[in-house]
Design a protein around this ligand. Structure first.
Ligand code: SAM
Length: 292
């Protein structure tokens, strides 16, 4: 087997060979621990029939492990300086394709139909650039890609918010947005020491498994998300106060909002953070005729 990329010695060698300097603005913290990488990949449940999509391959540390453990890897990298490096480090692997593109601007559906059309099992696995973690995850989910799930490294604080349950201080509109589409779990907490350079924040790995159907069935998805965001606008306020101050003409429609809360079986004095996804679903359906 080829020498692993993800060791401190090999990583330094590669960086020196190419005179590569990290760009903080691109969230470049490379993994230098093969053991951690293997554990991340374990959580993705890859088989020799799986295709992996990676975001931000860096110098190929994770890409290499994915190439060994899946049938094909397609990786999106924004930093042009990394392309010749990846061509070199990943030269032993014939099943990897690097696409030089900002994932936020990429047409991932199109890529899948061109590169991965024959795959029934597609997983996204990534050590995400921390400055755009949430937009990347939301893009992948909102576009309703034909993927089984996402295993991603991100800031621990964001992982905690994504996987939070009702009644906790981490629970908010991000938890709901992601749990609407997926079953979300934090599967690993990762020390700073496994990165080069070391980030300032703690990290964690989350696994998002796509649901066949959204967690709740609602009349209008975008209105459901509008109601959840409104409900958390000021965490210390009651649900009634947040809805009247945040929804359009909410103050004039206070009576209707009170009735909708009653219809959904939700006390108006509760706070947004105590409502389950199901309750938000009932609430947004009860409010929908008032605001559509
Ligand atoms: N996968 C490598 C590893 O684990 O060592 C590198 C991970 S590093 C945290 C994030 C990577 O994402 C960097 O290579 C960075 O250049 C790349 N990146 C940052 N923003 C991106 C974007 N919008 N689209 C694609 N890649 C991006």
């Amino acid at each position: 087997m080829n020498k692993d990329i993800a060791t401190p010695v090999r990583t330094k060698e590669i960086l020196e060979k190419y005179g590569f300097s990290f760009k903080k603005s691109l969230g470049q913290n490379f993994l230098i621990d093969t053991n951690i990488l293997n554990r991340i990949v374990d959580h993705a449940g890859l088989t020799d029939e799986t295709a992996a999509i990676e975001i931000g391959p860096g110098i190929g540390a994770l890409t290499e492990q994915l190439a060994r453990r899946s049938k094909k890897v397609v990786a999106f990298e924004i930093d042009q300086r990394l392309l010749p490096i990846l061509e070199d480090t990943l030269s032993p692997y014939q099943n990897v394709k690097i696409i030089h593109k900002d994932i936020l601007k990429a047409d991932v559906h199109e890529m899948i139909s061109q590169e991965l059309a024959e795959f029934k099992d597609i997983m996204v696995v990534a050590n995400l650039p921390y400055y755009v973690t949430t937009p990347i995850i939301m893009k992948l989910l909102e576009e309703k890609l034909p993927i089984r799930g996402i295993v991603g490294m991100l800031q621990k604080e964001v992982a905690d918010r994504i996987a939070a349950r009702p009644g906790t201080k981490e629970y908010g509109s991000l938890s709901i947005a992601i749990q609407y589409y997926t079953k979300a779990e934090t599967v690993m907490v990762v020390p700073k020491t496994v990165f080069m350079p070391q980030p300032n924040v703690d990290s964690a790995v989350i696994r998002l498994t796509l649901r066949e159907e959204p967690a709740v069935k609602v009349k209008d998805e975008s209105f459901f998300f509008q109601v959840t965001r409104a409900s958390f606008a000021q965490r210390r306020k009651t649900i009634l106060n947040n809805l009247t101050s945040q929804l359009p003409d909410g103050k004039q429609k206070k009576e209707e909002i009170v009735s909708a809360l009653k219809e959904a079986g939700i006390e108006e004095s509760r706070r947004g953070e105590t409502l389950s996804l199901e309750e938000f679903g009932l609430l947004s359906d009860a409010l929908y005729p008032v605001f559509r």
